[in-house]
Design a protein around this ligand. Structure first.
Ligand code: NDP
Ligand code: F7E
Length: 307
């Protein structure tokens, strides 16, 4: 099967390519220089030329809470343009199969229970990443509507929980929680810093899946496309507090220092655990423990940043 992977140079894309390499699929994974998805004409031409059997849409303007707060306009417009353009171009080229990556940010804020797929658009969004979430919701809706344009279109959305792992972004300007903790604790250990700063009071909760496991879920979805629901969360079924994530990284990296809490920093959603009943019914579960995932990510960080 000829697969077009967007976002191939990103964390999800590189983990997916690593696990697809040497397989039986014909994979094309253009960079944003070869295929700028914010340009409809470029995207239309590319898909008319390459005519993939399946599109995996993993491209996006992606960042942590601080990046989203600073650039809501950019996160809204770029993710909306990319999502709309890849779906319109796939329909124009007669592509019948597409997997779109959503995000747990799509869900309403202020929910303590595990969030079900049918709860999208049932409440107020989290302000710290509202622009990004609106673009993700709009793209998932376009996937749902695609069959009204082309009956044979099966455009499905997989909604991952937060992700971390090898090929992640560690620059504090854009990083998500786990790469930020790894960078801060590595630096504290190297420079003999006695206390590491935690944003907020540490009580917010997050669900971080190792990106290598998520890539495996995507491969299972690619290889058994008809079996996946049109909308499905992919998660761990459990979450941890921010403070527990700092403690887990300190343990893996062997950091003996303490923590200080900066409650002036943004905390975002109190919790965004995704319900995994559909995933469980589909028959997939992640393999890496948090400790193993952190250890593998740290090894990548040390090699990639020569630290
Ligand atoms: N990381 C996370 O915690 C989560 C991620 N997701 C979703 O998973 C997907 C992948 O995320 P992740 O791998 O972390 O993201 P990354 O930031 O690591 O990668 C983003 C990718 O998108 C590409 N891209 C950006 N702009 C354009 C453009 N204009 N045209 C073409 N390609 C472009 C980048 O290419 P280039 O390098 O050339 O710019 C890069 O390959 C995204 O849809 C994201 O929303 C969902 C939930 C959690
Ligand atoms: C992935 C998904 O979710 C993302 O939203 P998010 O989960 O809020 O982003 P985050 O990974 O940056 O986690 C932030 C949480 O962690 C706490 N926190 C503590 N200390 C640091 C810290 O040093 N850095 C960061 N970034 N957060 C910290 C911080 O106070 C907050 O409670 C979207 O951006 C969007 O990308 C999206 O799709």
């Amino acid at each position: 099967m000829k697969i077009l992977l967007t976002g191939g140079s990103g964390m999800v894309g590189r983990n997916l390519q690593e696990q697809l390499r040497g397989g039986h699929h014909n994979l094309i994974a253009p960079s944003s220089n070869e295929l700028d998805l914010t340009s409809l004409s470029t995207t239309l031409d590319y898909l008319r030329t390459h005519k993939p059997d399946l599109v995996v849409h993993a491209a996006g303007r992606v960042g942590g809470i601080q990046a989203n707060m600073q650039e809501p306009f950019r996160y809204f417009v770029e993710n909306l343009d990319m999502g709309r353009n890849i779906i319109c171009a796939a329909l124009d080229a007669g592509v019948t199969k597409l997997i779109n990556l959503g995000s747990s940010c799509m869900y309403p804020r202020d929910h303590n229970e595990a969030l079900r797929e049918e709860q999208i658009l049932t409440g107020e969004l989290e302000p710290t990443n509202e622009g990004y979430a609106l673009a993700k919701i709009a793209t998932a809706k376009l996937c749902e509507y695609a069959k009204c344009v082309m009956q044979s279109a099966q455009y499905k959305t997989i909604i991952p929980c937060n992700l971390y792992g090898r090929f992640d972004k560690f620059d504090p300007k854009h990083s998500h929680l786990l790469p930020a903790i790894i960078e801060k604790i590595h630096r504290a250990k190297s420079e003999g810093i006695e206390k590491v700063e935690i944003w907020g009071d540490g009580s917010a909760r997050r669900e971080f899946m190792y990106a290598g496991d998520f890539a495996h879920a995507l491969i299972s979805a690619i290889d058994d496309f008809d079996s996946i629901p049109s909308l499905m969360n992919v998660g761990l079924g459990q979450d941890f507090s921010i403070k527990e994530y700092y403690e887990a990284v300190a343990e893996v990296l062997g950091y003996k220092g303490g923590f200080i809490f900066d409650t002036t920093k943004p905390v975002g959603m109190a919790r965004k655990l995704v319900n995994i009943e559909r995933q469980t019914a589909w028959g997939w579960a992640p393999k890496h423990s948090l400790q193993d995932g952190i250890a593998a990510t740290y090894q990548y960080y040390l090699q990639e940043y020569n630290v």
